[in-house]
Design a protein around this ligand. Structure first.
Ligand code: B12
Length: 501
């Protein structure tokens, strides 16, 4: 193995005497319960048990500061709320941490209320949702503290200051209520441009042997991020033009080596939206992986068709990358332009996917239905594109406008209401809002999603592909469950699952 990455050396040098020595923090990733919008259970059932990466990072930051950390990946462990509360109570935490997504807010709130009522330990929250509605979230008294931004930038200072009864308004990104009960949100410090200071996720706290994705082929699967943020500006995405923390090739390779040697990982799925955004870095990563000799390790990435070319594909393949997920979104050039995927055309998509498949990669395409300008005709174009290209797997989402995206902000402007905000404040049902520039309603869009799934998957071409890659009996079961799920969704009219994006 090559020389340890600086961040690893830091973790290894941990003595229990850091700034948070003696503090016990339990991090809980809930099983989302059956409340409106909580689709995580479907994700877990259909798409796999993906590790809670964000809490892996938070745990590593805490551990490196000397704290003791308990991490409960409840969906993977099959742990319901009551048992999770008992487990955490028995462990005796000083704080309980949750990571929040806006989409699953009500579900997380249910868990946080129960933990606050039954345990009494202060609850601390973070995650992308705190970049959207920090003020509204902090009106819920079950939450004691919040952090906007990356854990390595403010968490240690936040907990230390809270412990000492110090001035929280001096902590960048801190969210709290002051002595008068007024919510205070301290501005986040400028985001760093590199991953310096960010440890690798604390994989030692995950039940790695139980993780898988519906498309994974190897035992001991894990997820990773080769970058944080995304420089592109797609109008449906919350990460649009977000300050990117670019990781170095050396750090990415070092994380893979640690995963391989220390945790027996044999499959790693990089979840960042455009792994290939920096060409030189891709070649360096691929060279590094080959030099590291990680025999039997397969990995996959997400990319854009306009951020990859044939030499990159060759390098990825030679280094063991075996699957590429492309966000192709639509078969209509007009829609691609409208949502700012404008460097792409369907012709370009076709050329890139054909070149990818020719090298032997598995190709997965992400598609959306319900964007501005969507019609039955454009959905037809998307279906023809999917079926006319050598695409192996497809994931189709109905556009559900998320906060902080230009599409949602335009909806707020046009309608004069902010339904997500009301949802966070009052738990009002989050009905999909006004749709922009399309006559299709939600019911029709849902139906078109499921029909498109069925038209893609219920074909002999797909059956042949599925049979060719089955390595474990579990894969047959998962594939059948997903097919049944799609059929059930079609028959009952409920929303189709999403989540590998
Ligand atoms: C990997 C991933 C998953 C994994 C792991 C989730 C996890 N929480 O670890 C799985 C597949 C399980 C998953 C599930 C879901 N996901 Co997801 N996921 C991602 C993805 C691709 C990467 C997240 C990540 O690891 N980022 C890297 C870390 C370093 O950054 P970070 O997330 O901002 O976390 C840092 C800070 O926010 C902070 N922080 C985070 N949590 C906490 C907690 C505490 C206590 C503190 C102090 C700080 C803190 O410190 C972290 C480290 O620095 C993002 C998109 C992206 N590219 O970022 C979508 C994303 C976060 N997911 C999203 C969604 C919608 C979901 C689901 C609701 C899907 C569903 N329909 O069920 C669930 C929600 C589960 C949840 N509560 O997180 C949306 C969220 C949008 C929103 N506003 O709701 C995103 C942005 C995708 C998108 N473009 O729409 N997801």
């Amino acid at each position: 193995m090559s020389a340890p990455h600086p961040t690893r050396a830091l973790s290894a040098a941990r003595t229990g005497e850091g700034r948070l020595a003696g503090l016990r923090v339990a991090l809980v990733f809930p099983v989302f319960i059956d409340v409106e919008l909580a689709s995580y259970q479907d994700n877990a059932r259909f798409l796999g048990a993906i590790p809670p990466l964000t809490l892996g990072y938070v745990a590593a930051v805490l551990r490196d500061a000397g704290a003791e950390v308990l991490l409960l990946d409840c969906p993977t462990l099959g742990m319901r709320m009551d048992r999770a509360i008992e487990t955490v109570r028995a462990w005796g935490p000083d704080y309980v941490g949750f990571t929040l997504a806006t989409v699953d807010w009500l579900s997380s709130l249910t868990w946080m209320n129960a933990f606050a009522a039954q345990l009494g330990a202060p609850i601390v929250v973070g995650g992308i949702h705190m970049e959207c509605y920090p003020r509204e979230s902090m009106t819920h008294r079950c939450i004691e503290l919040g952090l906007v931004g990356h854990a390595d930038q403010g968490l240690v200072q936040l907990l230390q200051t809270h412990q000492a009864g110090g001035d929280l308004s001096a902590v960048p990104g801190a969210c709290f209520r002051d002595a008068d009960g007024e919510v205070v949100i301290v501005p986040e410090a400028a985001r760093p441009k590199t991953d310096e200071g960010m440890p690798f996720p604390a994989r030692e706290l995950w039940p790695t042997d139980k993780h898988f994705s519906i498309v994974s082929t190897e035992r001991h699967f894990t997820a990773a991020m080769s970058n944080f943020g995304c420089p592109y500006r797609c109008e449906f995405c919350i990460l649009r033009g977000d300050a990117v923390r670019q990781r170095s090739a050396a750090s990415v390779v070092a994380e893979m080596e640690v995963a391989y040697h220390e945790f027996g990982i044999r499959e790693m799925d990089f979840f960042d939206p455009v792994f290939t955004m920096k060409r030189d870095r891709v070649f360096q990563i691929c060279d590094g992986i080959k030099r590291a000799g990680l025999h039997g390790m397969v990995w996959s990435i997400r990319a854009r068709v306009d951020a990859i070319d044939e030499p990159i594909m060759d390098a990825l393949w030679a280094a063991g990358c075996r699957r590429i997920f492309y966000g192709i979104e639509s078969g209509s050039n007009q829609i691609l332009q409208r949502v700012d995927k404008r460097q792409m055309s369907t012709e370009h998509i076709a050329r890139t996917i054909t070149a990818t498949k020719r090298r032997g990669f598995e190709v997965l395409a992400f598609v959306m239905i319900g964007n501005p300008f969507e019609s039955r005709a454009t959905v037809g174009m998307t279906r023809r594109l999917l079926k006319g290209l050598p695409i192996d797997l497809v994931q189709i989402a109905s556009l559900f406008p998320l906060p902080k995206t230009p599409i949602y902000e335009e909806i707020v402007r046009r309608s004069g209401t902010d339904p997500w905000r009301e949802h966070i404040l009052h738990g009002t049902p989050m009905k999909p809002t006004l749709r922009l520039d399309t006559d299709l309603d939600d019911e029709q869009i849902r139906h078109l999603v499921t029909e498109t799934y069925m038209s893609f998957y219920f074909r002999p071409t797909f059956a042949k592909f599925a049979l060719s890659r089955i390595k474990q009996p579990a894969q047959v079961r998962r594939g059948l469950e997903a097919a049944l799920g799609i059929t059930r969704t079609f028959l009952t009219g409920s929303a189709a699952p999403e989540g590998l994006g």
